[in-house]
Design a protein around this ligand. Structure first.
Ligand code: NAD
Length: 247
């Protein structure tokens, strides 16, 4: 029960790593508020004692409302993000703006909204934790067709370090998570819509030296660690869990 007594909000918790993290955090004793754009995707989480509510992370009024609803948090996991596939040459202004909005502006707004409560909470507990979902892909290591994605996920690391530096003496830690290629519904969607899905899956696997896709269970132990007090001396870090891609 490494998260006993902690209240943690997770965005994009309807599927993939966000959902698995919500279940893991609840299993470790946290009071979890799981949010997602897609209300249907949140079904089934209440059986784990998780509170669910719809949240579009691009809606600034909804972000302010949810911060008021939750009250002071011990943990925030900004997990929401989208993948734009393509080089700079095929990137429309709209695709770029959407990538910025979902992948980084959402984290600025969400964190800004809950930070005062986390600072107050840290005065009582000594430590609160923000975790931002980055990626290994084109933020740490370059990959083809990830122009907007890599730029925004690199920005996540910059934002993480800035928040960590600003609040290191006030009990608020902030770290970024950089997974390799993880077998989630959206990855399956990217594979299915490729020109040659079989080859696309082989290519995704081939870029990971361990020779397989990550599972969500490869990632969730790092999530619970970073949201728990076990990581109390860790802040401002971009931690990779990538099957050896960035060796
Ligand atoms: P996923 O992409 O399968 O699911 C993402 C969830 O985000 C969905 O439930 C969707 O409804 C929700 N969502 C989309 N737009 C939203 C919005 N505006 N507001 C709120 N929710 C929204 O899950 P995943 O693959 O685990 O990806 C989660 C995060 O991990 C993303 O930030 C992604 O960039 C990052 N990531 C994924 C991989 C991977 O290989 N899957 C690797 C590294 C990083």
């Amino acid at each position: 029960m490494r998260l006993q007594g902690k209240k943690i909000l997770i965005t994009a918790a309807g599927q993939g790593m966000g959902r698995a993290s919500a279940i893991s955090c609840a299993a470790q004793g946290a009071q979890v508020i799981a949010t997602d754009l897609d209300a249907d995707s949140l079904q089934g989480l209440s059986q784990f004692g998780i509170t669910t509510t719809t949240l579009d992370v691009t809606d600034k009024h909804a972000i302010e409302a949810i911060a008021a609803f939750t009250g002071p948090l011990d943990g925030l996991f900004n997990c929401a993000g989208i993948v734009h596939h393509g080089t700079l040459l095929g990137l429309s202004d709209q695709d770029w703006t959407t990538s910025i909005d979902v992948n980084i502006t959402s984290m600025v707004r969400m964190t800004r909204a809950v930070l005062p409560g986390m600072l107050e909470r840290a005065k009582v507990t000594g430590s609160t934790s923000i975790l931002n979902m980055s990626s290994m892909a084109s933020s740490i290591k370059g990959f083809p067709n990830r122009a907007a994605y890599g730029a925004t996920k690199a920005a996540v690391i910059g934002l993480t370090k800035a928040i960590a530096a600003d609040f290191v003496q006030h009990g608020v830690r902030c770290n970024a998570l950089c997974p390799g290629t993880v077998d989630t519904p959206s990855l399956r969607g990217r594979i299915a819509t490729a020109d040659d899905p079989e080859q696309a899956e082989k290519d995704f696997i081939a870029r990971q030296p361990m020779g397989r896709l990550a599972t969500v269970e490869d990632v969730t132990p790092l999530v619970t660690y970073l949201l728990s007090d076990e990581s109390r001396f860790v802040t401002g870090q971009a931690l990779s869990v990538d099957g050896g891609v960035t060796i």
